[in-house]
Structures are given as C-alpha cells and as structure tokens.
Design a protein around this ligand. Sequence first.
Ligand code: SF4
Ligand code: FE
Length: 481
Amino acid sequence: MPLKTPEQYLESIKKPVNLYMFGEKVKEFWNHPIIRPSINTVMKIYELAQLDEYKNILTTKSHLTGNIINRFTHIHQSIDDLIKKVQMQRLLGQHTACCFQRCVGFDAANALYSVTYEMDKKNGSNYHERFKKYWIEVQNQDLMVDGAMTDTKGDRSKRPNQQPDPDAYLHIVDENDQGIIVRGAKVHQTGFLNSHRVIVMPTLALRPGEEEYAVSFGIDTNAKGITLVYGRQACDTRKLEEGKLDIGNYKYGGQEIFVIFEDVFVPNENIFMKGEIEFSGELVNRFGGFHRQSYGGCKVGVGDVLIGAAALISEYNGTDRASHIRDKLVEMVHLNETLYSCGIACSSLGFQREAGNYEMDMLLANVCKQNVTRFPYEIGRLAEDIAGGIICTLPSEADFKSTEVGPLLEKYLTTCEGLCAEDRYRVLRFIENLTMGVSAVSYKTESMHGAGSPQAQRIMISRQAELEEKKSLVKKILDVE
Ligand code: SF4
Ligand code: FE
C-alpha cells in the first residue's frame, strides 16, 4: 500500500536545498527550530492517514491504479469525494490548528486533470496522458506536492509582456529538444520546502503575444536553479527562545516560501501546458475554485480549536456562565458552521467534467471563500474579547518560571479554585498565537489572501450572478413586458 509513515516522510525530505533565512543559508532545514513545527504538522497528517479510525476520510482508492492512496493524491471521482475532501480538511485543522500545507498541489492536480484533457481534445496534444503518468508516481510514492501560481506581478497596471522586467511573471526563456528553461518567481508558497514536488501554473488568463507565460509543469522542489527564501511571520523568533509556552501552538505551524526560478530546466515529460493561452484562464479558475472549496474545510477546523480555546479560557477566567459570553460562543459557532456549510454546499453541487473527474460548484466555492475572508476575523475578534486584554500584556514564560517573580505572577494569575495558572497561561498564549502571532498567518491573513484575495472571488461571483435572469423573475411576477 503506497502510504508513507510520518518517519518515512521525514526521511524523504532530508535533501539539500538552496534555502535562506535571516540572510543566511540554512543547512539541514528539518532541524531548524523555526521550520520544525511546519514539518511536525505534515508528519501529523501522514500519521493520521495510517489510523483505521480515519481511513475512510484520509485514504481512498486510486482510479488510475486501483491502489489505496492518501486522499491528498486523489483525483475526485464523485460528489462523495468532494465532500470527503472538505471533511478531511476540517479534521486536519482540528488536529493541528494551522495550515497543514498539503492541499495546494492536490487542488492543482484536480484542475490540471480536466484542463489537460480538454487541451488535448482541441489541439491533439498529449498532455493528459503525460499528467496521469506524472501523477501515478505521486500516488504510488505518497508524495507531497505544492501548487505554485502567484507571480510577483511587477507593475500591476501592466500586462506580463509589458513589464519593465519580463521575469515579473514566470515564463519560458529558452527551449530545446529535451525541454524548456523557465525564469521567474512564485510567492506565498505554502509548504514548498516540505513538499517533494511542485506543480507550477500561470497566474492569470493570458492573451495573444503572452504565450511564453502560458506554462505549467511539474518539478522537484530542490531542482537545480531553484532558490528558496523563508517567509518570516509575526513572533517567529519566539521559537528560538528557551521554553515553548510563549509560542502558543508550539507543536505545529504553517510555512510560506518565496521561490525563485533561475533558468530552471523542465524536461518535456513534465510539461503540462506550453503556450496554450486559451486554456490558461480555465486552469487558473478551476484551481482557484478547488482551493476556495478547501478553505470551507481547513479554516473551519482551525476555527473549531479557537472556539474551544475561547470556551476554555472563559472557564479559566470564571466567566463561562455569563450570558454574553455564551452568546459570543454561539456567534462563533454560527459563523464557523456557515463556512463549513459553504464548503459542503459547493461540494454537494459538484459535477462531472468530460475527463471523468468531479469538480465543485464554482459560484458556491467563491461564495465560500468570500465568507472566509471575513468570518475568521470576527471569530478571532470574539476570541480576543472573551480572553481579555491579558493576551497581549502577559509577561514572558521566563518571568513566569523565574524564581524571583514567578511565584508572584502565579499567585496573581490564578483565578478559580482548582485551576492551574500555567494552564491558563498556555491557553492565553494559544489565543494570542492564533489571532496575532505566527498562526494568525494561517488563520487570518491566509483566509484573506490565500486562494485569491477577496476581489478575485467577487469577479467570479459577478460573472455568475445571472442578473438578467433575476430581473426577468421580477418582470414575470409583475407582468412587465
Ligand atoms: Fe490546505 Fe488550508 Fe493550508 Fe491551503 S490554507 S494548504 S487549504 S490547510
Ligand atoms: Fe493557503
């Protein structure tokens, strides 16, 4: 059965990469205290896939090989698969309280599967078979794959081919019989360093004259010519300090990488789009749709943990019986379940593409993600409200544990009888972490900009708004010609 254990996963990513952080080259990144929590997260999700308890959600049968595979490498074959994807993401968010990083390549693969089929049908190319071969390797080795879409974009008022620096959008700079050479950068790359491979895609719908930018391919994340720069996040250096309580979620975390491609060679067999501008927009939209569906699962799982933390701290503060606290918790649950409803709804109304795979409902996936750009902020606001101002005035763990002031802090941080001040300290730091520390990147900023910033969803919603149809409903009721 091609399922990696967490230990096998860890061994498999121990390879040399050209990685920089704080201006220095990082060796053996898997031992770095700032990076390690993001690896723990991925190990955790490989671990959960091994358990009988979760195998119905986290594993499935490959339609390509008949093997039992990790769901993260599956091409959806039914509406049930689409629903299980969202359930899986909620479950994993609940276990890690952060971005578990493995969905991007999964969503890219599901988008490419149908787009390559349609390209071949129109142009007689052979991308679909090529992609299936590539993806069977991913399934059989249970590989983690990133999906790289966002270019640096240079001057936003100019098209890719009008940029003063042509590398502002990743593009083909040369080619030969064996393959192509690409140059550019992809930013906000969730889990790139922890992934074995990456699927690169264009960032927008391209026009005639922009063929060199219409490129999609798969490549190893440590291929020659790739340079990685680790993205820093609020309070990240707390992970370098002695003690772990000030970190908040000290076991798990996300990871964002700035990825630079300097004349990287891609062999022909790994190229899935080369110049087909007319399909670039569809690839962007389908990937965006799948990833917007994802957020109706992963952010809900993290929301579950944050709601739990808010309920727990109200108990520790002795405010859990206050009616306004209970009402705020109800509001948080209402918002969180609304997000989940959207994730499940866009999956339930999914449909089959000509290639045979299933895709979510595009309008509802965009509505889902538009809500995700708002509700986690409100859930976070309510969590901060319930926790109290102490989440950002609390002394450090070093003071809390010091022999001089520690006992005094413990005395004054103790609340209800029978409750331990350190537990309260842990939960307060955890809420701080999720609402304004490192994990706020996973929970808030990613909710805003991941899978496309709010305006990207509004464009998709407006395209599918069918206002003429809605106007005719009124005319019919009012007998207006
Ligand atoms: Fe997966 Fe959510 Fe992280 Fe995207 S933000 S990779 S959907 S966990
Ligand atoms: Fe994301």
